[in-house]
Design a protein around this ligand. Structure first.
Ligand SMILES: *[C@@H]1O[C@H](CO)[C@@H](O)[C@H](O)[C@H]1NC(C)=O
Ligand SMILES: *[C@@H]1O[C@H](CO)[C@@H](O)[C@H](O)[C@H]1NC(C)=O
Ligand SMILES: *[C@@H]1O[C@H](CO)[C@@H](O)[C@H](O)[C@H]1NC(C)=O
Ligand SMILES: *[C@H]1O[C@H](CO)[C@@H](O)[C@H](O)[C@H]1NC(C)=O
Length: 881
């Protein structure tokens, strides 16, 4: 305990302290004595309803659901048999539970939930100054599944703590300033009972504000709604729908506190779970397996929270350069010749394109590692032609391997069976489901042996079609059946006492049986990790095959996915509201450590129209991952099929993206090396550029914005998101904002918006997307061309937006764009640009070049030999009049 004046001094546990906590109940201020709690409590076996007055006194926002079972119509008897409060709602407000825990919930007796665990162990690690790691586990935790996370190298390190946090029994404060009253409470898990049973674990906490982000993958606004919002997590193949579990699972949130500080919370758990947000504001984590293993990240800046999170789960991989180019795809080109025609017409119209893709129609009878020898006869030649034009080829692969081909004719299945790589059912037989090729077996990517088999398959196919990257789809894993051809056994793994609010109501809905067996554990525990394991196998196979940075885009994802793949937001519709929602999706995945993310430009299903597709192409030019993709029955929607004016607008947008490639590449470097975001929300930006640390967001008007976003710190993107518009309103946080195009044209006209934080109406004709440069930025650009390979050979051009005092700064990361680990092996250039105190013209006063391996013989500036210093791998060119 550390006493400061008369400040409250909550108990602080030393790093690594263990406390034997009594069963389930961690109520403050003093936890019940061990003995009374561990003895069977006679009275709690008897239903005894809490007093009505006490129940009614609980404010509605603070009612924690005592009967969360999906679809249950709760009667007074059912509720009171759990010793809970029963107060039917009259206010008509949606979502307020009728059955909730009384204020002093005395003990725990849930008759339907079995498997009580009598002793819990609480471990608290202060792993770094800014990271707490808390584990609540049963004494015999070996029966439970623990997720192996590769990047947890820092786990359990003992560090010197200079910024301690106070920790009571699950009450966490931030000591935010020197004065003692500024304790900010940001976690209080005593607001509702804690449960720890074999298949039911629940932890609730108050939240410091309603500003909560992350918690993917869900279709929602960027800032989650806390009005009784249940976000269920369990990987699921379904076109993104609100209030539904989707392809990926990311039990991590970032929350803002009063005054703009931020913290993060990560529950390391892969089991099906509900995350309930309620207006108190408060959150409830309800999962059906594993342990309660969570991390709290203290920020205090939002960007620092993401960095701290990525230190635990792993930072994203550095993408190969062409990943940042424009990608074209559709389901239903029908032939390789038709695919080729699109590529040719893009070239003829001078529209940038780096990568051509194919969806499942390239396959022979939808079989992985084959191509249709009739309709896709020219596929190998197409790929050669792409390579000859510095373009790349990516095709789809699904995990399901056909199990019904004649023996000896389909190596992937025969060999997979021989090596035992497929997921087994509960009886140990190969589990058979159904996907595109018909009946299929599912590779078990939790097994290293499967990775070798997957690699060999790719190697065999590569000899026929020398692809450059892979798109892994259907990896929730998706199944057209529920469970398997033989259904699933009936047991408490398939039908747990409590099933979170998963779509379809059953864990096996449109996937394999929860009781299926994988090398590492049962599918019950591994389901939501399937996409992560497949991405890992795929990235490592590509690295072995090509010796370059692997390009993988995955539909399903889990924390640490960014180390292996990017992500697209799934099967969108060609509608304006889907385009709007894509920005929230992109911002969320940047917070979740998957910055290489984009939605299907112009929309996947349904028919797009020209105006929508132009606007979407403009926005999509600023997706970190930029791909136009279309469904089987829709009209073509690649840029080449539109009217000359629409085509020109799309071409302009893409050339703009290509000209900004040096900036984008540098941002990805910072994501990889330092855990930064690439696309980021406006609140990432502190109000005052020069305020002393911590630079926390201080403009609450930015907290909910998800119709605009930033690239890095300096480039503000304000897309048009409505039909028929020729103007758009955008929010401009305080400061000076320069019109990007005016800066580019070196226009002498007034080009700067000086905002105090307000909405501004901008002109937005159909051929323009509004871009603004924040004061103080220097961004490197390049003359664009039709592929990044060609453009990246062009000289750089710096665009500078000065502060009032005439200063600005920017940077560039540059390497060969494709070799592995250039940063780690010091095979790169890092250039820092700064401008200071300019009067009427711009002078680059000095330049520093980091990572220069040896002292250069000569350095030139504008063709003239310049003085320089060289020290610690850094070349510095001082001011030179
Ligand atoms: C935590 O929540 C409990 C229950 O609402 C409340 O009684 C307690 O005062 C809170 N603790 C703090 C430190 O605010
Ligand atoms: C594709 O084009 C090639 C070359 O023109 C031609 O030989 C081949 O028959 C075409 N394939 C299909 C399926 O039309
Ligand atoms: C690409 O580069 C070539 C050769 O320098 C040039 O002729 C062409 O105009 C450039 N294309 C674009 C779109 O700038
Ligand atoms: C497109 O938009 C939403 C918004 O992010 C995104 O979450 C989703 O993945 C995409 N698909 C659909 C059908 O909305």
């Amino acid at each position: 305990p550390e006493q400061t004046n008369s400040c409250p001094a909550p108990t602080r546990l030393a790093p690594g302290d263990s406390v034997l906590a009594p069963l389930l109940l961690l109520h403050p201020p003093t936890p019940p004595a061990l003995s009374s709690c561990c003895q069977p409590d006679e009275s709690s076996a008897r239903p005894s309803a809490p007093p009505t007055e006490a129940c009614s006194a609980v404010p509605e926002p603070w009612r924690f659901d005592c009967y969360p079972e999906r679809g249950a119509i709760v009667s007074r008897d059912m509720c009171e048999s759990r010793n809970c409060c029963y107060v039917p709602q009259h206010t008509g407000q949606d979502g307020v539970p009728w059955c909730f825990y009384p204020p002093d919930y005395p003990s725990y007796s849930l008759d339907v939930l079995s498997g009580d665990i009598m002793n819990l162990q609480l471990e608290v690690f202060e792993e770094t100054d800014t990271r707490l790691h808390v584990k609540v586990r049963a004494e015999y935790a070996n029966v439970l599944f623990l997720i192996p996370l590769q990047s947890l190298t820092l786990r359990g390190c003992s560090c010197i703590l200079s910024n301690p946090v106070y920790f009571g029994l699950f009450v966490i404060y931030r000591r935010s300033a020197l004065i003692c009253i500024t304790y900010i409470l940001f976690l209080n898990t005593t607001v509702a009972p804690l449960f720890f049973a074999d298949q039911f674990l629940q932890l609730s906490s108050s939240l410091p504000s309603q500003y909560v982000y992350g918690l993917g993958e869900h279709r929602s606004t960027f800032q989650h709604d806390v009005q009784w919002n249940t976000l269920t997590m369990w990987a699921r193949d379904v076109p993104p729908t609100e209030k539904t579990n989707l392809y990926g699972v990311h039990p991590f949130y970032l929350a803002l506190e009063e005054g703009g500080h931020a913290h993060g919370f990560f529950l390391l758990n892969s089991n099906a779970m509900d995350v309930v947000l309620q207006p108190a504001p408060a959150v409830t984590w309800r999962t059906i397996g594993g342990i309660l293993d969570f991390y709290v990240f203290l920020g205090p800046e939002p960007a620092a929270v993401v960095q701290q999170y990525l230190e635990v789960v792993g930072r994203p991989a550095m993408p190969i350069y062409w990943a940042l180019g424009y990608h074209l795809c559709r389901w239903g080109y029908q032939t390789s010749n038709a695919t080729w025609e699109v590529v040719t017409s893009m070239r003829n119209y001078g529209i940038p394109q780096d990568v051509q893709w194919n969806d499942i129609d390239y396959m022979d009878k939808f079989l992985d590692f084959t191509y249709d020898p009739v309709h896709f006869d020219s596929l190998p030649e197409l790929v050669k032609d792409l390579h000859a034009h510095d373009q790349r080829y990516v095709m789809i692969l699904d995990p399901g391997i056909s199990s019904t081909q004649p023996q000896g004719e389909y190596w992937p299945y025969d060999e997979g069976l021989r090596r035992g790589v497929f997921i087994k059912d509960a009886h140990g037989n190969t589990l058979i489901g159904k996907v595109w090729p018909g009946l299929t077996a599912y590779p078990d990517f939790s097994d290293e042996a499967t990775h070798e088999w997957w690699f060999e398959n790719l190697q065999r196919f590569y000899k026929k079609v020398p692809f450059d990257g892979l798109w892994i789809d259907m990896n929730e894993p998706s199944n057209f059946l529920d469970g398997s051809t033989n259904g699933c056994p009936s047991n408490n793994i398939e039908d747990p006492p409590y099933t979170p609010g998963v779509l379809g109501g059953l864990l096996r809905s449109k996937t394999v049986c929860a009781s299926a067996q994988q090398k590492l554990s049962s599918h019950y525990n591994l389901h939501s990790l399937y996409g992560l394991h497949e991405a890992k196998a795929t990235a490592s196979a590509l690295t072995r095959l090509l010796g370059k940075r692997p390009f993988v885009i995955s539909r399903s994802s889990f924390p640490s996915q960014g180390q292996y793949s990017g992500h697209w937001l799934g099967d969108n519709r060609s509608q304006w509201k889907d385009m709007v929602a894509s920005i929230a999706g992109i911002l969320s995945f940047n917070v979740l450590g998957l910055p290489l993310v984009g939605a299907d430009i112009c929309g996947f299903s349904e028919q797009t129209d020209e105006e929508l597709c132009v606007r979407w192409s403009q926005l999509g030019a600023f997706y970190p991952f930029s791909r136009n993709h279309n469904a089987l029955d829709s009209k073509a929607q690649d840029p080449s099929v539109f009217s000359p004016s629409a085509r020109a607008a799309m071409r302009e947008a893409l050339l703009l993206r290509y000209s900004l490639y040096p900036l984008l590449y540098t941002l990805f470097h910072h994501a990889h090396a330092h855990g930064h975001t690439v696309a980021r929300p406006l609140f990432w930006m502190p109000l005052f550029t020069f305020s002393p640390r911590p630079q926390v967001p201080q403009d609450p008007l930015t907290y909910g914005i998800d119709r605009q976003f930033l690239w890095g710190r300096g480039l503000l993107v304000t897309p048009v998101l409505l039909p028929g518009a020729d103007s758009v309103e955008g929010y401009f946080p305080a400061g000076r904002w320069y019109d990007y195009y005016k800066v580019r044209e070196q226009s002498p006209l007034f080009v700067c918006i000086i905002s105090l934080g307000k909405n501004i109406l901008l002109s937005a004709p159909l051929d323009k997307i509004n871009l603004h440069l924040r004061e103080g930025s220097i961004i490197p650009t390049q003359r664009p061309n039709l592929t990044l390979w060609v453009s990246s050979g062009q000289p750089l051009h710096l665009l500078t937006a000065l502060r009032e005092d005439g200063s600005a700064a920017g940077e560039l990361f540059w390497d060969d764009g494709e070799s592995l680990d250039t940063y780690e092996n010091l095979q790169y250039a890092y250039v820092l640009f700064t401008v200071e105190q300019v009067a009427s013209y711009i002078t680059v006063e000095s330049a520093s070049f980091y990572g220069v391996q040896s002292r250069p013989e000569q350095v030139q500036v504008n063709g003239q030999e310049a003085a320089f210093t060289y020290k610690d791998n850094k070349v510095h060119i001082p001011e030179n009049k």
